[in-house]
Design a protein around this ligand. Structure first.
Ligand code: OOB
Length: 531
């Protein structure tokens, strides 16, 4: 890949991370090869009636890599992958990893606005989709996107079927280097267009290997992937990749609701899973009424958004297992509460970093360290935190400090034990039950409506989701009949993912401004709700 595309770790840091044993020259392709050699007959992935052993997954990855190569996919190429949580998701990942091509991880909820952007921005050579998922036909979405190849898991219609690429005999392929970029992950972001996160084999494998150790994963682990597979949390914290690293078994389900998850836990004797807070609360309530045996569950990880202390105290006992809080980000840094933490620490903090070499700085608005225990902006640098976004030189100058610390946009304080407590957020983002929405992205789409003069999008508290989205709209001509319904329809027509469409709309004559004339989001957040 072109070196202008990403910011490599400085050589002195890379040397240090290797010397410390974090980076062990492992690659995804070799990792799967080694696991298949060590326990080829053990089950790696379970989904509905399908059960793939480590050997199945290894062979399938080889064959699909050969098929993709025949199609023209080469090392360094980008391929947008928008698959639900199925074995095919991992088959495609490992095939691309073996080729040295880069998956660009899209979420099933993304629509033409996001997918069109990913394909164009990364100059993707292919786009991989299911035929249908959750009452949506992804082939219709593909028709709106410009990309050389569309590959469909299932009924391909006019496109290339994944099946047609699965029959090739494996071909020898040059292995990617451990410090090569392995894939592009999506940032929650706070900018007009989503930013992409380049992760290397070295850094990512370290993050889930160390996570697997912290969570005590082993060959006996049965991990339930209840969140969308493409999300960083169920992918690597320790997630499905950490489970495969440990030789365990991953159970894949299409949705994380109790109706789907509880039978899967009972049938497969699931030992660990990861949830966002609203889902964890739903499970805790449903557990009281379920006939399914959940007693195999030992650890419930909750992260992606702030879990209240009250909820944290309730969840473990309700599900009869340990709770672990996880505060992570696709850019890198992940914090966990530990098994030997006192209960108060587990319910009141969001954990401490994975690595002794995760550098944590908590600073004021002028980048000066705050006093110990005070709240400030979290900056971080370390062996699995990126040094820059993909093809974003300009944005990188504001998102990173001159010496390479990532500005997380989170407001935190640190306890004397090194645990972090998330106190809020400085970035202009809505965290809707773990799904991140950049206010500016939604505002730009709203401003494209001919009858909208101005628009501002803010988070408002919500008892179930934690936060939801409210849009303030200044119509172009006061009194024009412009309603929430029109704007929702307009955003859907523009191909915006449903979770980004504001929950509430307020029509106002003007937006409050700050002393220097900028729109005051704080002013908007404090306005009383009228609808
Ligand atoms: C995870 O990753 P992203 O990239 O979707 O979102 C990262 C952001 C953080 O900067 C923070 O604002 C928020 O999500 N967040 C939390 C949190 N975990 C994430 N805020 C409060 N409490 C928490 N426990 O969300 C993610 C990635 C890996 C593991 C877990 C979560």
């Amino acid at each position: 890949m072109h070196t202008d595309d990403y910011v490599p770790y400085p050589e002195e840091f890379a040397r240090r991370y290797r010397a410390a044993g974090y980076w062990r020259d492992e690659t995804f392709g070799q990792m799967l090869r080694d696991r298949a050699a060590a326990h080829g007959d053990r089950i790696a992935l379970v989904s509905g009636g399908e059960r793939w052993t480590y050997r199945d997954l290894d062979r399938r990855a080889d064959r699909l890599a050969a098929g993709l190569r025949r199609l023209g996919v080469r090392a360094g190429d980008r391929v947008v992958v928008q698959l639900p949580t199925t074995p095919a998701f991992y088959e495609v990942c490992f095939a691309l990893f073996r080729l040295g091509a880069l998956p660009v991880f899209a979420l099933p909820a993304h629509r033409s606005a996001e997918i069109g952007y990913f394909c164009e921005f990364t100059e993707a050579v292919a786009y991989v989709i299911p035929d249908r998922f959750a009452d949506f036909d992804y082939r219709a979405l593909a028709a709106e996107v410009k990309v050389p190849h569309v590959i469909v898991d299932g009924d391909a219609g006019p496109y290339t079927s994944l099946d047609s690429l699965r029959g090739d005999a494996p071909v020898p392929l040059p292995a990617p280097a451990p410090d090569d970029i392995a894939f592009l992950q999506l940032s929650g972001g706070s900018t007009g267009v989503p930013k992409l996160i380049p992760r290397t084999h070295d850094d990512y494998i370290y993050s889930f290997r160390a996570s697997a150790e912290i969570c005590a994963l082993s060959e006996d682990t049965v991990y339930l992937c209840a969140l969308p597979a493409a999300h960083n949390f169920p992918m690597s914290s320790p997630g499905v990749f950490g489970t495969l690293y440990a030789g365990g078994r991953a159970v894949l389900i299409p949705h994380g609701g109790p109706d789907t998850a509880f039978p899967a836990i009972a049938a497969e004797k699931v030992t660990i899973t990861a949830l966002v807070p609203p889902l964890a609360l739903l499970w805790a309530d449903a557990a009281a009424r379920t006939a399914h045996d959940l007693s195999s569950l030992r650890l419930l990880q909750v992260g992606g958004a702030k879990l209240s202390e009250e909820a944290a105290r309730r969840i473990g006992p309700a599900l009869g297992c340990d709770l672990q809080q996880v505060f992570g980000m696709a850019e890198g840094l992940v914090n966990y509460t530990r098994f030997d933490d006192p209960e108060d620490t587990v319910v009141t903090t969001q954990g401490r970093p994975i690595s002794p070499d995760d550098e944590i700085l908590i600073v004021d608005d002028h980048d000066r360290p705050v006093r110990p225990g005070q709240t400030g902006h979290l900056l971080t640098r370390g062996p699995y935190t990126i040094r820059g976004y993909y093809r974003a030189a300009e944005h990188n100058r504001v998102a990173f400090t001159a010496d390479g610390h990532y500005r997380t946009g989170d407001l935190v304080r640190q306890t004397p034990t090194g645990h972090l407590i998330v106190e809020g957020r400085a970035k202009d983002q809505i965290n809707r039950g773990g799904e991140k929405i950049a206010a500016e992205e939604v505002e730009n789409h709203l401003l494209a409506h001919p009858a909208v003069h101005d628009a501002s999008v803010v988070a408002v508290p919500d008892t179930y989701l934690g936060e939801r989205t409210r849009a303030y709209i200044v119509p172009r001509t006061p009194g024009t009949p412009l309603g929430a319904k029109d704007l929702r329809h307009f955003l859907r027509e523009r191909g915006l993912a449903a979770y980004k469409i504001p929950d509430l709309f307020e029509f106002v004559e003007a937006l409050p401004t700050t002393a220097v004339g900028k729109i005051s989001k704080a002013g908007l957040r404090s306005l009383p709700e009228r609808t």
